[in-house]
Write a protein that binds this ligand. Structure first.
Ligand SMILES: [Zn+2]
Length: 623
């Protein structure tokens, strides 16, 4: 045992020594480069492929029993060069199955013996018997026996299923928000991702790591009792079947104006002034090229909406909605925050047209994103902007960019945290946020480098590696490249990988390629290495030849951060000196910053709210 380990460590050091300016790449990723599915300049390779599914779903939710029942037809296309002998469905709701692994507690009453119940499963018209399918770890793996899926082939599956929604109001991500309000994700058997570097996805859903789904088209019908509205991923196809004419006109008008208006209020529903007289309500939604579909329903929620131009070149608009309880203290402003936020996202950060035709922020019990849908709890006045913006910004990552959040959550949570920080500042004209949270814990054994696969992490290690450390890295990167170059890199990354599955190296290599700089000196400490950021003022010395005082700044930590130095002179005047993290590119351990010529420095302070610095006791100097 010991000898093997020593040999491996020796080999590892040898490989590292020969490749100091290269990023370590796991051996199992290298086949993506040898087979040409990815390339070293960060573009999808000439042989890049991904599989595709088209779902036709008909489902019903019974508000009294909380039972969801559905039937679906899935057309699945194997674009890979491999013959698929199994197919793997996600049964995410099996996290509530008795015996399932879970990261947190769930209410005992919500645990079921069977999990998702499969009434039947057909493959190209033939029933697949239960012994050929195995449900474990929130997947159902089906052996295709004599009829594997050949490269290039399209096949059809038909599934009928049912399960009971978790009733506990603390259930996360989904909710029975009140007896007649539901947020329903994770609700249908969905074919898992089969990709070029891991094959079939197999990270279980245990409640922490969220998305890795295949891009798909959806044609969905949801059946509800009369009185209910359904908001869902995609565009609502049959509003005119359900809405009374004046309400239909309000809904249509809200598609034309950036000013938020009320489609209806709870009182309108109670007065019978919204829906036509029908025995039951059937909602038809369609969405194309999205990685998931969810819906929400209520018989008493208010509905505000507006439309915002997301692409000035084409005039394309996104229809933005907020659906909420009358008692919510913050949701009356959410449609406005979301639409102004989407405009800022489209034009500033990330500065890429919002990809979807609609987006609904639903007043649920969490802070949780889905394509075109968000489940947000009511929160304080102080938090409503950043929560709305965070979950809405997830539209870019992990939905438009189909990153693997179950393995590399920093590829989306880090961005959403970075976006919400700057967008909320801009929208609310405040400068409240800081990234002290990461600085306080950086370099302790509560955190690990982000390149550790997210599926191996939980608790604070997951949170820091996925949210706060990458958020700080992206803020440092923006400062390093400047907005214009950063934006060019970012939008090229999005152009290249929109609707695809970028992995970490596709991001690193695209920024290297487009910025024209080898940024590996930056990626390595921030994403691959253990360590922490810490700058300190060593002292101030006089440079008689330059007739100036020089502040000596020590780099005490290995993670490169910008320098923001506030200087006060003996005559009472002040100056600010800023340097990007570039000053540490070549491994320098000390930086000399000169004060104003002819002046003498009386005090100096390092740091700002966007620069993480673990030890702030060494950040100030007084004469
Ligand atoms: Zn998030």
């Amino acid at each position: 045992m010991i000898r093997i380990a020593t040999t491996l460590i020796g080999l590892f050091l040898l490989l590292q020594a020969g490749a100091q300016n290269q990023l370590f790449q796991p051996r199992n990723f290298q086949k993506a480069y040898t087979s040409g599915t990815r390339s070293l300049d960060g573009k999808p390779g000439p042989s890049y492929w991904q599989n595709h599914a088209a779902y036709d779903i008909d489902a019903a939710l019974d508000p009294k029993t909380l039972m969801l029942t559905g039937k679906e037809k899935i057309k699945y296309t194997n674009n890979s060069p491999d013959t698929l002998r199994i197919v793997r469905f996600k049964l995410i709701h099996d996290v509530y199955k008795k015996g399932a692994a879970r990261d947190g507690e769930v209410a005992p009453g919500d645990v079921s013996d069977k999990g998702v119940s499969i009434a039947y499963l057909q493959y190209d018209g033939k029933a697949i018997p239960p012994e050929k399918r195995r449900a474990s770890n929130t997947y159902m793996t089906v052996r295709l026996g004599e009829s594997p899926i050949a490269p290039g082939a399209s096949v059809e599956f038909e599934v009928a299923w049912s399960y009971k929604l978790p009733a506990d109001d603390k259930a996360s991500r989904e909710c029975v928000c009140d007896p007649s309000t539901f947020f329903v994700p994770y609700w249908y058997p969905q074919i898992a991702v089969y990709d070029d570097y891991h094959g079939w996805a197999d990270a279980p859903f245990t409640g922490t790591q969220e998305f890795y789904h295949e891009f798909a088209d959806y044609d969905v019908t949801i059946n509800m009792p009369k009185g209910y509205m359904v908001w869902a991923t995609g565009e609502w196809q049959n509003a005119s079947d359900l809405l009374q004419e004046p309400v239909l006109q309000k809904w249509q008008a809200a598609h034309q104006t950036a000013t938020v208006s009320s489609i209806w209020k709870e009182a309108d529903l109670k007065a019978g002034q919204v829906f036509k007289k029908l025995k039951s309500h059937q909602f038809h939604y369609k969405a194309s090229n999205v990685p998931d579909f969810c819906f929400a329903a209520s018989d008493h929620y208010n509905w505000d909406a507006a439309s915002v131009v997301v692409d000035d070149n084409t005039g394309r608009q996104t229809f933005v909605s907020a659906a909420y309880d009358s008692g919510s203290r913050d949701f009356y402003q959410v449609a406005d925050i979301a639409s102004r936020g989407i405009r800022l996202m489209s034009t500033w950060l990330p500065g890429y047209p919002f990809p979807y035709p609609c987006h609904t922020v639903f007043n649920g019990n969490d802070g949780m994103e889905f394509p075109m849908m968000v489940n947000d709890a009511s929160v304080s006045e102080k938090s409503v902007a950043s929560l709305t913006l965070h979950e809405t910004a997830h539209t870019y990552f992990p939905f438009m960019m189909g990153i693997n959040e179950q393995e590399y959550a920093w590829m989306d949570e880090g961005w959403a945290s970075f976006f919400d920080f700057l967008l909320a500042d801009s929208l609310t004209n405040s400068k409240d946020g800081s990234i002290r949270g990461y600085a306080n814990v950086a370099g302790t054994d509560y955190e690990v480098p982000p390149m550790v696969r997210a599926r191996f992490l939980s608790g604070s290690a997951y949170g820091i590696a996925s949210y706060s450390r990458p958020q700080a890295a992206y803020l440092t990167l923006l400062d390093l490249l400047g907005y214009d170059k950063f934006h060019t890199c970012m939008s090229t990354y999005m152009d290249r990988w929109k609707g695809k599955h970028p992995m970490p190296y596709d991001f690193f290599y695209t920024f290297n390629d487009v910025s024209g700089q080898n940024l590996n000196w930056f990626w390595k400490p921030w994403f691959f290495d253990w360590g922490f950021p810490d700058l300190g003022i060593n002292g101030v010395v006089r440079d008689e030849a330059a007739n100036a005082d020089i502040v000596l700044i020590d780099r005490n930590g290995n993670i490169p951060i910008p320098v923001y130095l506030s200087i006060t002179y003996t005559d009472g005047s002040t100056s600010i000196e800023q340097r990007t993290a570039e000053v540490w590119r070549n491994g320098a351990e000390q930086l000399r910053i000169a004060g104003a010529t002819g002046k003498s420095i009386s005090s100096a302070v390092l740091g700002s709210r966007t620069i993480p610095d673990t030890d702030r006791k060494n950040n100030s100097w007084k004469k």
